[in-house]
Write a protein that binds this ligand. Structure first.
Ligand code: BTN
Length: 259
């Protein structure tokens, strides 16, 4: 499929300055370079291909040409880095809602922000917080990088069991612009007051872990296990563990005992 984003249409509809790149290492890295070069206003970058797409926890994000959405929204803010969890949770709701609105596909959300379809991960978000001065910048910034596998096939072997795509290549590329518009405008509106309470009801509805037995781990190993009972106002996960205690965690990775 050949995807040519419609620059005029995007710039007319997206309420934030948007740039479309044919090829880049990573839209998050390009956002940092632009911050270093003096960007001061919120901006969106979209790439048709990434040669070094980044995922969470040092992983890479497979980003072949014209098969997915590779988008970074950069927002300048003096909000605390603690709010990054809220941004991450809101982003997954915005992405899921945009996919429903544009493609009529229902994705599930795996805490924190992975979107799943038929047991396979179809989208992920990498949020990075840039402190004032890190890149000679005058204010803090949050970089929200979203990757969506639209019609990606032939995933690298190490992720081929886990990764999936939303659609098969049907030469209908009209959804690309509309997905970018939905996500960019959705994030712009979230950043107006960062009120996660507006997003939490849909987050809970789409959650594939709420009510399930899970294991929570981080780089050092398993942190806890138990049944997920809720998410708090910041998007932290609350589980009732094997000792019957309610525990709240704001980071870590979830494994479901049964998917
Ligand atoms: C994950 O699933 O671990 C997060 C994946 C995030 C991928 C997106 S694609 C656009 C932006 N640029 C990057 O290099 N990464 C994010």
């Amino acid at each position: 499929m050949f995807v040519m984003y419609n620059k005029n249409y995007l710039n007319e509809k997206v309420k934030v300055n948007t740039d479309i790149l044919d090829e880049i290492d990573s839209t998050n890295e390009e956002a940092k370079r632009r911050i270093k070069d003096g960007a001061k206003e919120d901006f969106v970058l979209v790439a048709r291909k990434q040669t070094a797409g980044k995922g969470r926890k040092g992983r890479s994000f497979y980003s072949p040409k014209d098969t997915g959405i590779y988008l970074t929204f950069t927002h300048f803010t003096n909000d605390s880095p603690k709010n990054v969890l809220k941004v991450t949770v809101a982003t997954s709701v915005i992405a899921a809602k945009t996919i429903k609105d544009t493609l009529n596909i229902d994705c599930g959300i795996k805490w924190v922000n992975d979107l799943y379809l038929n047991g396979k991960k179809v989208s992920g978000t990498l949020c990075e917080y840039i402190f004032k001065g890190m890149y000679e910048n005058e204010s803090n910034a949050v970089i929200v990088g979203i990757g969506i596998n639209l019609s990606t096939e032939d995933f690298p072997e190490e992720i081929s069991e886990k990764a999936g795509s939303l659609i098969s290549d049907n030469n209908d590329n009209t959804c690309y612009d509309d997905i970018v518009i939905g996500i960019a405008n959705g994030l712009k509106s979230f950043f107006e007051n960062c009120d996660l309470n507006v997003y939490l009801p849909l987050y809970k509805k789409l959650s594939i872990v709420l009510g399930k037995e899970v294991e929570l781990s981080d780089a050092s190993g398993v942190l806890d296990s138990g049944r997920v009972i809720d998410f708090d106002d910041n998007g932290a996960i609350i589980l009732i563990n094997k000792n019957g205690e309610n525990k709240t965690y704001d980071s870590g990775e979830i494994s479901l005992f049964m998917m």
